[in-house]
Design a binder for this molecule. Sequence first.
Ligand code: GLU
Ligand code: ZN
Length: 296
Amino acid sequence: MQQSPALIGRFAPSPTGLLHLGSLYTALASFLAARSQQGQWLLRIDDLDTPRNCKGSIESILTTLDIYGLHWDRDVFYQSQQLTHYEDALNQLEALNKLYPCVCSRKMLESTRYAGHCRHLSAVPSTAFALRVKTDAQWLSFDDELQGTVRAQADDQGDFIIKRKDQIFAYQFAVVIDDAQQHVNQVVRGCDLLDSTPKQLYLQQLLGLPRPHYLHVPIIIDQQCQKLSKQTLANAVSLKSPAKVLFHLLNLLKQQPPRELEYASTQEVLAWGILHWNPQPLKNLRMMYLPDVLSK
Ligand code: GLU
Ligand code: ZN
């Protein structure tokens, strides 16, 4: 019988556009973190938010990762194929009496913390409603490998949404179930998701799911201090000289690759990166500028 590997990491892009350097940076970090410990590296496509999905985006993400030599294990995992698992977990929360319908409009929700208006609705609403999970003031904390101890109260932002009014399962909920489903035990992702993590811990706890090890890498910002994202129209990564881009990304991950690696092949750059992976120089960094060599 084959033994399952000790470490399972993953990269989970949303197919809302082309892969930009910020995502490739995170992909590379999670790839190196997994491969440097002989772990598996899985690819999940976070395609639940159908109105935001972009035609052709999945194909282009897969092609880009492939050209960059970031080969994943197993079949690609699609959130859109996991709906029965989400329904099961929803029933579990329901059985714990932790869910309630919310009819609040976007307008009513302008404050950042949901004050629980709908917690005590007496009947199931006749109009479309979202489902929220009841939170409480308990402290949740985790030790991030780079960002140190992160602490937050479960109800920091109030009861949060599990299933949206348009029937789409919320990211916070899906991600917890998927990671458990795939036995992911190491989550490497951008610091923009640091604030989301306590919500995910809370759901893991309610659903009795294991907690992965977390490592949040800095997000990459442009010269205007904007996070690289589809919203800031960050360019898709170039497919022309992947080995060179990987070399510069290793530098941006503070890995200090030797100069001669700049002219090596994709496979050689990745092999060096795997052998020398050490995220510690990124400790406590939440943001990094995109260097000029990569912004052209
Ligand atoms: N799909 C999420 C994103 O692109 C990442 C989810 C995760 O890594 O937990 O922001
Ligand atoms: Zn409400």
